[in-house]
Write a protein that binds this ligand. Structure first.
Ligand code: KIV
Length: 279
């Protein structure tokens, strides 16, 4: 299993980090047998698993429940638990309770979005034994402030601001940083400036690693396909074909076949109904 120290080792060795989101036990058990380095129980589960239109509806209870399921399925993977909207912007006591919920559910680290106003809490967590992953660029929890899912850092000023925030997160003690939807040149610059690894999504090929959403990678999400997603499987089509075959076989009476049935020599006697015994 990848451990916290391996993130930096991989950056230094030029060995790319592969992360995937994962939200449930069955997928986690499959991912556990793959070469993906680490799993993110992302708050994107509000959309992919619960059908909400953004990530703001994710709660700490949802995140802890999904983290526990992933942890039961992926015993050999480093797991990052995402802190949901506002769960780390309250009192220290409440913020720590949110982190405790994810760590006790089986996460090995937590991720949070943004830099401004988070540095002190990140240091507190790191000093308390909790590894923290940062997240900059397009931070979906700020959707209402960003005015949509737009590429960030396209101007000199905004690119400079993301770099400064990245340095702030590194200084606060983050062990790695997700860069979402920033121009490849900006992500490359930030990656070179930082000692900690960057993990990109829609941030080009020069980051220290990549992360993709499970449903996007496997082509299970038919609603929307962002430019940065590569579908490695046409999952929705394969699922549809398999389920249609099942429905057709049931209707045709070819499923279940004898090999799917339990057999015995027991004889079922006819049961006397009240009407039969009265006649
Ligand atoms: O919640 C999530 O899935 C994420 C990734 C897109 C990085 O934060």
């Amino acid at each position: 299993m990848m451990t916290i120290g391996d993130f930096k080792k991989k950056k230094d060795a030029g060995d790319k980090i592969t992360m995937m989101t994962c939200y449930d036990y069955t997928s986690a058990a499959i991912l556990n047998k793959t070469s993906a380095d680490c799993l993110l129980v992302g708050d994107s589960l509000a959309m992919t698993m619960h059908g909400f239109r953004d990530t703001l509806s994710a709660t700490i209870e949802m995140m802890a429940m999904h983290t526990a399921a992933v942890s039961r399925g992926a015993k050999d993977k480093f797991i990052v638990g995402d802190l949901p909207f506002l769960s780390y912007r309250s009192s220290l006591t409440e913020n720590v309770a949110a982190v405790r919920a994810l760590m006790q559910a089986g996460a090995h680290s937590v991720k949070l979005e943004g830099a401004s106003g988070n540095a002190e809490f990140i240091s507190h967590l790191v000093q308390s034994g909790v590894p923290v992953m940062g997240h900059l660029g397009l931070t979906p929890q700020f959707i209402n402030q960003l005015g949509g899912y737009k590429v960030q850092g396209k101007t000199d000023d905004s690119a400079q601001r993301i770099l400064e925030e990245a340095l702030l997160l590194e200084k606060a003690g983050c062990f790695s940083l997700v860069l979402e939807c920033v121009p490849a040149t900006v992500a490359e610059k930030i990656t070179k400036k930082l000692n900690i690894p960057t993990i990109g999504i829609g941030a080009g090929a020069e980051t220290d690693g990549q992360v993709l959403v499970f449903q996007d990678l496997l082509g299970l999400n038919t609603d929307f396909r962002p430019k940065f997603v590569k579908q490695f499987l046409n999952g929705a089509e394969l699922f549809t074909q398999a389920i249609d075959s099942y429905a057709q076989e049931v209707k045709a009476g070819t499923f279940p076949a004898p090999k799917h049935c339990f057999h015995s020599t027991a004889i079922v006697k006819s049961i006397k109904t009240k009407e039969a015994s009265n006649s």
